[in-house]
Ligand binder design. Structure first.
Ligand code: TR5
Length: 145
């Protein structure tokens, strides 16, 4: 069904890789309590291409960009998934949303962009530290895969 070397083959391969990663990430009993790669980026132990930071959050370029611009925006505190967010987190989540549109503007995404939060296994979440994907620089399709 997949034709090597075509965009279709690439897209399918990428999608199944992401789904597999998401399933593996959720597999361990400690998936929600163990530090993630993003904790190491926050502490500076692992380098990242940081585009923005303040006292509440940090944004850096995705290592596997899905579009010309692909940035991850994360809170400094670790909320594993959107499902773990409570009303106490509402001001922080609002801060992230307004920061996301400011980053998009700074990146020149004046024609539009996509904001994504993958949640849990069926949402294809692979890193259990809540993050907002800011994706742009090309025409997005709908519905998402
Ligand atoms: O699938 P979800 O929504 O959980 O998104 C996780 C994202 O983290 C994916 O888009 C990955 O490409 C991205 N990612 C994973 C790593 C990583 C990263 N982005 C920047 N830097 C990274 N490092 C250093 N290591 C990763 N494992």
């Amino acid at each position: 069904a997949c034709v090597r070397g075509t965009g279709v083959w690439q897209a399918r391969r990428t999608m199944s890789d992401e789904v597999n990663k998401a399933k593996e990430a959720a597999g361990g009993a400690g998936a929600k309590s163990e530090p993630t790669i993003f904790d190491h980026i926050l502490s500076g132990k692992i380098p990242a291409d940081i585009v923005y930071e303040d006292e509440k959050c940090m944004a850096f370029r995705d290592v596997a960009p899905q579009a010309p611009k692909h940035i991850l925006l994360i809170p400094r505190i670790r909320i594993p998934t959107l499902d773990d967010a409570t009303w106490e987190h509402a001001p922080l989540l609002g801060h992230l949303m307004v920061t996301a549109k400011e980053i998009a503007a700074k990146e020149g995404l004046d024609k539009g962009y996509r904001i994504v939060i993958n949640n849990g296994v069926e949402g294809s979440q692979s890193v259990y530290h809540l993050h907002i994907h800011i994706i742009g620089g090309r025409q997005m399709g709908w519905p998402p895969g």
